[in-house]
Design a protein around this ligand. Sequence first.
Ligand code: PBG
Length: 331
Amino acid sequence: MAFPEFRARRLRDHVVFREMVAEASLSARHLVQPLFVKEDLKGRRPIETMPGQAQLGMEEMVAEAKRARDAGVRAVILFGIPREKDAVGTAATDPEGIVQQAVRRLKTDVPDLAVIVDVCLCEYTDHGHCGLLATVGGRKTVDNDATLEVLAEMAVTCAEAGADMVAPSDMMDGRVGAIRDALDAAGLVHVPILSYAAKYASSFYGPFREAAESPPQFGDRRGYQMDLRNGDEAVREAAADLEEGADILMVKPALGYGDIIRRLKEAFGVPVAAYNVSGEYAMVEAAARQGWISREAVILEILLCLRRAGADILITYWATEVALKLQSGAG
Ligand code: PBG
């Protein structure tokens, strides 16, 4: 097929035609707002490394969820920060734990908002790793299979509290299957799993670890999160998660990972989520504060590019703000 005399500007120069042929689009239905709920906190505590974001007490969390809902956001993802942490993350599986309570409050007070819970142990363990520790081959590491049971129990307690979706972010092998089996056994067959299928060991999570009070106390997460140099492995991880019962695949971080989003979308044709993480947020906010970039334009550009890469769902700290803007006709 030949296209003689292709002149790209014919469709680019007139605003109507430019809009008519634009491929990627952004609307509030794609956005998920993360919320940090902290046990015993009254009010809100700003997160220094994420200007504009805060740890929230229960009442503030409900207020923030209502704000998101009123802006047009349809779902939130919850992170709980418990009063007490221990080596085995006991607070994560407590039916009266902070995140389980938060789910119940949201389902009562903001019932039209879908509630997703991040299922992981790093906010609940005193050592800050995403699972239980063991010494294997003389090395202190995270015990994969022992962790699966705890994750499955956490998922079930959250779903029993009313969570509409669970999102395992720990990167243990076999966790999607373990969680699916446990949910099914508890009669929770209707609860979907949003798997952090391709979660990379990234330096872009730094600000989140302040927000969730979850930095590893020794070592790092490279023993379970993916090596950022690998792409084929993401496809393999995703295939395994789908076989185990994942309903949605997540790629995290988002900005440098558009190729992975695209590959998963093309390989499997299933819904894909992108997590626009804390460090990506912080970079934009910092540069904007210096007056070095045009903040709102950059935010829209990032989110639209993720949509173009193939993401159906965008988890972003800007969700409420962007939804509000879309309501008023921008975008
Ligand atoms: C929990 C979890 C993390 C993030 C989401 N879930 C932190 C980590 O893996 O260290 C990061 C989110 C962000 O940076 O915005 N395991």
